[in-house]
Design a protein around this ligand. Sequence first.
Ligand code: FE2
Ligand code: FE2
Length: 290
Amino acid sequence: MSVVPANIESQRPEIGSPEHRRLLGQFFLDTHVEYAPEQMQWPALTEGELARLRGLPFWQEAVSTENVTSNTVAAAAALETDPLVRRAIALQGFEEMRHARLLVALTSHYRIPVRSPPRFTPRSLESDFLFAGFGECFDSFFAFGLFALARQSGFFPPPLVRVFEPVMQEEARHILFFVNWVKYRRAQLAAWRRPAFRLRCAWIIVRQVASRVKTARSMGRPQAADSGAGENFTLTAHHKLGTEVTLHRLLGLCLTENERRMAEYDARLARPRLVPGIARILLRVLPASI
Ligand SMILES: [Fe+2]
Ligand SMILES: [Fe+2]
């Protein structure tokens, strides 16, 4: 899958340079994996496995998130004048649409009731792309750990793990592409416009963090049926995965999985640092019993 093994000590190109742009676009195109959700061989599940799958609280939120992300990313390709980077963003849009198609195929195969949301239309190509991208940086990081937990506990039977493994790895590619694109995009701006861009990114990150803090604080409170309990589901789902796990252990697992997944890609690309950095701080300050 990887074009350059991650263990090769190689110099990172200057951010925003033609080499960085080529690396950014080419890595993404070269590591694309072909599959069609409609041809997926869904494994037969036992009644117990089916009930557990149907009981997960986040299917509706997952469908809504993929609807927003896929339409936002597909539209964001128009931001780029460079053909290589534009192709890479368009391909990411295709992959996000494929996640939405995979969810439709899964929920209809296992008869999990979800409503199809109306097609999302982004209002601002750049702001919506930034918002979706930073959101993925948080969601994917937690999803890596949760997925490992579901695999280890046997909550997801191995055939289902094999179906979702490429999706998880695709999300790792997406956030790696996104963090490099943000740096590349900023470097393309005139120097006087960069502080405003940084501020906009910081504001979006604050909103993403605030939304997750709100979810974390509401955990444990009784939820009304239509209270949006599925929101930020990567933060709350560990309670449902059939295993006793502390937040401490989950964060450790997220960090290990994040590193393992990122190690598949070219070591010259900048790595996501913000969310793993927050997780490391939390690991240090939180007692192990939480
Ligand atoms: Fe996705
Ligand atoms: Fe994604």
